[in-house]
Design a protein around this ligand. Structure first.
Ligand code: 13P
Ligand code: SF4
Length: 317
């Protein structure tokens, strides 16, 4: 680490103690931010950490909807985000008006929204889910009830397949980063690394076609699993494979390599970078702590309604 970065990291650690702050960082954060965090994890794990932390302030290094989720489940804490412009193309793919309209056209349906949604959308939902418990959440809904699943169409298609559910309507939203990992990028990598194991995030557009090819024996005996980012961490640690092709945002590779020395991790696509996640820098983390900025506030009425859907998510899976 460069001397300047080392100095900054030391400053962040000191400020975090002085201000009774816990730093939560998503698996896609840049390495130097992951290194100063108290917890690094997926959306579900970070939401759980936010709900139980004893610290007065949560500094959330991730995108805005994740910090909002922390603020909703921990209303007595102060939640800061180093850059309030760190948004998410997936959470922007549905508006409250569109959701209300969709629900009105399907009265009696149960609405399930991915955690990658704004607080205002969560306030309209029956259930919230993440990539690690989406299948369990949908399975918890009586089979006779129609399900409206939003906003990610690839995660939705995967959940419909995994649950065998025929009465699921899926919103046509997508994450530009995961949708951009094309099946041909993945095929090329898998062709060149025949002994590798394949780890794929369910937001990827390549999930269904590649898994189909794998099941049909198109890549020999290759092992493939659809996993949340934390699921990838667990799989990499327990697997006896020594190389992996990873289809998700490239920030994931840092922690995978750090916690699994001796194993090799290669991105399915080097272009899969989320510019929103990368807006959080160590300098902004320091400034946020030093100046106690930018606080994430959710209007109490919205938070109260959204909390129910989030609590259901935390209880399942
Ligand atoms: P995870 O819940 O798997 O961490 O994914 C969050 C996300 O934003 C994926 O792009
Ligand atoms: Fe949103 Fe996609 Fe970035 Fe995840 S990778 S935060 S879904 S834009």
């Amino acid at each position: 680490m460069a001397r300047n970065a080392k100095g900054l990291a030391g400053e962040v650690r000191r400020l975090k103690e002085e201000t009774d702050t816990v730093i939560l960082a998503h698996n896609y954060q840049v390495p130097e931010v992951q290194d100063v965090a108290d917890y690094v994890g997926d959306s579900l794990g970070l939401a759980r950490q936010a709900s139980r932390t004893p610290h007065k302030t949560i500094l959330f290094c991730g995108v805005h909807f994740m910090a909002e989720t922390a603020a909703i489940i921990s209303p007595q804490k102060r939640v800061l985000i180093p850059d309030p412009e760190a948004g998410c193309s997936l959470s922007d793919s549905i508006t409250v008006g569109e959701l209300r309209d969709w629900k009105a056209r399907h009265p009696g349906a149960v609405s399930v929204g991915y955690v990658n949604t704004t607080a205002a959308i969560k306030a309209e939902l029956d259930y919230c889910c993440t990539s690690s418990n989406a299948v369990a959440v949908v399975n918890a809904i009586p089979k006779s009830r129609e399900v409206l699943f939003l906003p990610d169409m690839f995660l939705g298609a995967y959940v419909a397949k995994a649950t065998g559910r025929k009465n699921m309507r899926i919103w046509a939203g997508e994450c530009h980063v995961h949708a951009g990992i094309r099946p041909e990028d993945v095929s090329r990598r898998l062709e060149s690394m025949r002994n590798a194991e394949f780890l794929v995030h369910p937001e990827c557009s390549c999930t269904t076609p590649i898994l189909h090819d794998v099941a049909a024996g198109g890549y020999g005996d290759i092992r493939a699993s659809v996993l949340s980012t934390e699921g990838m961490m667990r799989r990499a640690a327990e697997s006896d494979s020594d190389s992996f092709v990873v289809a998700t945002e490239t920030g994931m590779l840092y922690r995978l390599a750090k916690q699994n020395p001796g194993k090799r991790f290669v991105a399915a696509s080097d272009a899969a970078e989320c510019r929103y996640m990368k807006m959080i820098t160590l300098e902004k983390v320091r400034d946020s702590l030093a100046r106690s900025r930018h606080e994430v506030r959710v209007p109490p009425r919205t938070a109260e309604r959204a909390r129910l859907a989030i609590q259901r998510m935390l209880e399942i899976g």
